[in-house]
Design a protein around this ligand. Structure first.
Ligand code: SAH
Length: 254
């Protein structure tokens, strides 16, 4: 009896091991480049992963703005996440950045940047600095970037990372982004990366005429809204359904 059970257990283990081995051999074809060149330095491997991210996750999904694609090809996303998440930095998913917050998946960063239609001489406001990655992408394509983060530790860390990477056109402040940043207003574009239940009026007021705001709006179900401000009206267009962390009104340690 005991012998029978042991044999069945052994057989199950063998089948399980064969399955695991089989799955590991079935990596998708777009990973082959990375595996073939595993003797490259870590920096070269990250560069390769970044190029693949741009091809498979962005160009393939219709991101067309060459300036956005160039910025996404250049900014070292792996330097914005903790070392334990580095290997997944260029994967098609959001990643944790501490304090229960996340960095958006690369496609969402590129999509929001593209639809904001930012020109090289523009001044941009970002709400929700997080780790500073989206700010760096904006810093590559705009003249000046102002970014607000409500969690002081994240703001401090983002400031440090952006400083180490040499971004001199990005300023990060700790505070409640709901109120915007009046000192530098008006902004040619505003990108919000935390979701409020309605669009904050101070941000509409601080948007320049002909400027665009890109903002996820909603509680359980959110859509990215593109708000365009003209001389005599505000036009709002709902685009992608998304899931962002909520916009908070005050910082609570958690
Ligand atoms: N853009 C970021 C990711 C944003 S995650 C990046 O590239 O990493 C959303 C961020 O918004 C979180 O860091 C959260 O703390 C911040 N946030 C939430 N409510 C906020 C508010 N009222 N003002 C400023 N930042 C806020």
């Amino acid at each position: 009896m005991n012998f029978g059970l042991t044999s069945i257990a052994l057989l199950c283990c063998c089948i399980l091991l064969m399955c695991i081995h089989g799955c590991a051999g079935e990596l998708p074809s777009n990973y082959s480049g990375i595996r073939e060149q595993s003797s490259n330095s870590p920096i070269e491997q990250f560069e390769l992963q970044r190029r693949q991210m741009v091809e498979y996750q962005l160009r393939n999904r219709s991101i067309r703005d060459e300036r956005v694609l160039a910025a996404m090809s250049k900014v070292p996303r792996h330097q914005f996440v903790d070392s334990s998440w580095r290997d997944l930095a260029y994967s098609d998913r959001p990643l944790p950045i501490g304090h229960s917050q996340t960095i958006s998946q690369p496609y969402i960063v590129a999509y929001m940047t593209e639809i904001a239609e930012i020109a090289p001489e523009d001044k941009v406001l970002e709400i929700g600095t997080g780790c500073g990655y989206q700010a760096a992408i904006l810093g590559e394509i705009a003249k000046e970037v102002y970014s607000i983060e409500i969690i002081p530790q994240l703001a401090e860390k983002a400031r440090r990372t952006l400083g180490q990477l040499g971004y001199e056109n990005i300023e990060v402040k700790t505070g409640d982004g709901y109120q915007g940043w009046t000192e530098h207003a008006p902004y040619d574009a505003i990108i919000v990366t935390a979701a409020p239940e309605h669009i904050p009026q101070p941000l509409i007021d601080q948007l320049a005429i002909n400027g665009k705001m890109v903002i996820p709006v909603g509680k359980w179900y959110q859509d990215i809204v593109v708000l365009t401000k003209t001389k005599d009206r505000i036009v709002e267009e709902r685009t992608l359904p998304v899931r962002f962390v909520p916009m908070r009104r005050k910082f609570l340690e958690w």
